[in-house]
Design a protein around this ligand. Structure first.
Ligand SMILES: NC(=O)c1ccc[n+]([C@@H]2O[C@H](COP(=O)([O-])OP(=O)(O)OC[C@H]3O[C@@H](n4cnc5c(N)ncnc54)[C@H](O)[C@@H]3O)[C@@H](O)[C@H]2O)c1
Length: 351
């Protein structure tokens, strides 16, 4: 076996953030092995990672993180010494329709992964577990204030409750067993490869095609958006420099209401492809139950202690994202038709 400096399992590597992270880390660290562990739910798309397929330091394993024995065997086979854990059910609306899958994947899946990690940790004390979580565990803010790492958890959706439970399990494995863990809680991400059920790609597609733009409630809910590349840089830094047992909030200082955001997408598309004004397509629809009013991150800790700051302003990141979706219409249409799900069978079934 080639001697790699690190052997990292990235769970959920075929999802939105996972794909961006692997595309960032694999070329950056040629002396590390990256094993992408993903069960390929509707949200996992291996086509995102075509450019890595021939890389000697990248592998893909189709494994469900809830299958503890399969995970353990994979960890043994590759002598995994670290985990970057992103696999999750991630869409809040889906968690309202079907909360149990979120508990199974996000809570039980994380527990099974931690247990497999502990077995490896006992054989190799360098083992590190980076758990990627969300700011939604903190609940909702009023007009002022920010989430810090000491803000008490107060999750309001089945999604955020399942992520909070996972965060607690990670903490418990650190305190009880000494597992080297580090957790990040990040604000809303946006950028290339985001599944089209999420706000920005959904509004992009509807606005491009001049369809109605359904905005929840009165559109005044505030989110703090972070360009996915900035999140990937933060994860790289936390993985390498974060202190064991600590949590770090990651945010973009980009607070904006949903209505303003949809307006910006309309303006960008009007200026790039014409056919506006699209803002008149905005339609207010019944609010999401339990819809958190405002999220805002205080990222002072990661900025001061680890030297990370976001690079990409919201206007620049949004323009890049819209341009990416315009240039990758086939990717988007294959997501919507489900065609991308045949890729694994075509490329991997006989391997
Ligand atoms: N997207 C955001 O704005 C955001 C913000 C903060 C934190 N997060 C967290 O980051 C992580 C990644 O988010 P995302 O937006 O990329 O999600 P995503 O839904 O795009 O991707 C999730 C990936 O996990 C895989 N997966 C799901 N269940 C699995 C299972 N049981 N076993 C193995 N793989 C499984 C899917 O196939 C998919 O590839 C999640 O843990 C999420 O909670 C996301």
């Amino acid at each position: 076996m080639t001697e790699f400096k690190r052997r990292i399992a990235v769970t959920g590597g075929a999802g939105f953030i996972g794909s961006n992270l692997l595309l960032y880390l694999v070329p950056k660290y040629p002396d590390y092995l990256f094993v992408n562990i993903d069960s390929l739910t509707y949200a996992g798309n291996l086509k995102n990672l075509v450019s890595l397929e021939d890389s000697p330091s990248y592998r893909f394993e189709r494994i469900d993180i809830r299958e503890r024995e399969a995970v353990t065997a994979c960890f043994e086979r590759y002598r995994i010494d670290s985990v970057i854990h992103l696999a999750a059910e991630s869409h809040v609306d889906r968690s309202i329709d079907g909360p149990l899958l979120f508990v199974e994947t996000n809570v039980l899946g994380t527990a099974s992964l931690l247990d497999a990690a502990l077995t490896r940790y006992r054989a190799d004390k360098r083992f590190r577990f980076l758990h990627v979580s969300t700011d939604e565990v903190y609940g909702s803010l009023g007009a002022t204030g920010y989430f810090t790492e000491t803000t008490p958890f107060s999750p309001n959706s089945p999604y955020s409750a399942s992520k909070a439970a996972a965060d607690h399990l990670v903490r418990a494995y650190h305190v009880t067993y000494g597992l080297d863990t580090v957790t990040t809680n990040c604000s809303n991400n946006y950028g290339p490869y985001q599944f089209p059920e999420k706000l920005i790609p959904l509004m992009f597609r509807n606005a491009r095609d001049r369809l109605k733009l359904p905005v929840y409630g009165d559109g005044s809910n505030v989110r703090d958006w972070l360009y996915v590349e900035d999140h990937c840089r933060a994860l790289d830094i936390v993985f390498h420099k974060g202190l064991s047992g600590e949590t770090y909030n990651i945010g973009g200082h980009n607070e904006i209401t949903n209505l303003e955001l949809v307006g910006k997408i309309c303006t960008l598309l009007d200026s790039i492809i014409g056919g506006g004004p699209r803002e008149k397509l905005i339609e207010f629809v019944t609010d999401r139950p339990g819809h958190d009013h405002r999220y805002a991150i205080d990222a002072t800790k990661i900025e001061k202690e680890l030297g990370w700051t976001p690079d990409v302003s919201f206007d620049e990141g949004l323009a890049r994202t819209i341009r990416w979706y315009l240039d990758n219409e086939e990717w988007l249409e294959e997501c919507i038709s489900g065609e991308y799900q045949n890729y694994y069978e075509k490329m991997y079934a006989d391997r």
